[in-house]
Design a protein around this ligand. Structure first.
Ligand code: SF4
Length: 229
């Protein structure tokens, strides 16, 4: 699975130089109940809240090897005092999978963001808008929880999936290029839609297909549809 590799390189090219990197350590955070609600009165602030720039994506590759690290660009949780811009990028090295099962497996991995949230946080994610806002509880701040802890909890959760070989989690809370990142994340979503279109064996007519721009950009898409035909 190398369809998304070009986008991973584009994201790496966008990231600033001044980030912090934390190598994986066991997270002190416990998995919360996925239905638990963090009320506003118990919330310190919301990452991506108040209509601040916000985007989240999960990208898979079988050719990249990640270092199970958490990278942070911008302020850490204890340094934030109000709703702020937020981006979360999950990079997953996976076993090489057959194209036939790729769409379902990618969806399975993407779903983890809707079902996993550590205690003291509440995630509000939308597949359509690509936003993922995270309420951060006052207690989590009092307990000194950091992005390193949150990211390590994510690494542990993704690593439980049998396909996942290595992980990298990237958080951004200060970033001047959210618009460019949003554009790449949108293309990633469209690539997955094109994959679904191809695997469903829908009409092979590039001239009238609304996914043409993505198939023009992503190496291997047209060949895949041709082969499927
Ligand atoms: S290969 Fe052509 S028909 Fe198939 S999804 Fe891409 S643009 Fe559409």
């Amino acid at each position: 699975m190398t369809l998304y590799d070009g986008f991973i390189n584009q994201i790496f090219g966008l990231l600033p130089q001044n980030g912090k990197t934390f190598q994986y350590e066991k997270s002190p955070l416990k998995e919360g109940d996925k239905n638990s609600v963090l009320l506003l009165r118990d919330t310190a602030y919301e990452l991506g809240g108040s209509q601040k720039p916000c985007v989240s994506t999960t990208i898979v590759s079988s050719s990249f090897e990640f270092d199970n690290s958490v990278r942070l660009f911008g302020k850490d949780l204890s340094e934030i005092h109000e709703d702020c811009p937020f981006a979360k990028i999950v990079l997953l090295q996976i076993e090489d999978i057959d194209e036939e099962e790729a769409f379902d497996k990618i969806k399975e991995l993407e779903k983890i963001r809707y079902i996993f949230c550590p205690e003291g946080f509440m995630t509000r994610a939308s597949a359509l808008s690509l936003r993922e806002q995270i309420r951060v509880g006052k207690k989590a701040i009092r307990d000194g929880v950091s992005f390193k802890d949150y990211g390590n909890a994510l690494i542990e959760r993704y690593s439980q999936h049998p396909l996942v070989k290595s992980v990298s989690i990237i958080f951004l809370t200060e970033f001047s290029r959210f618009d460019s990142l949003l554009l790449i994340c949108d293309k990633i979503k469209n690539t997955t839609s094109a994959l679904n279109h191809i695997l469903d064996n829908l009409l092979f007519d590039c001239a009238s297909c609304n996914l043409k721009s993505i198939c023009d950009e992503v190496e291997g898409m047209k060949e895949l549809h041709m082969k499927k035909r």
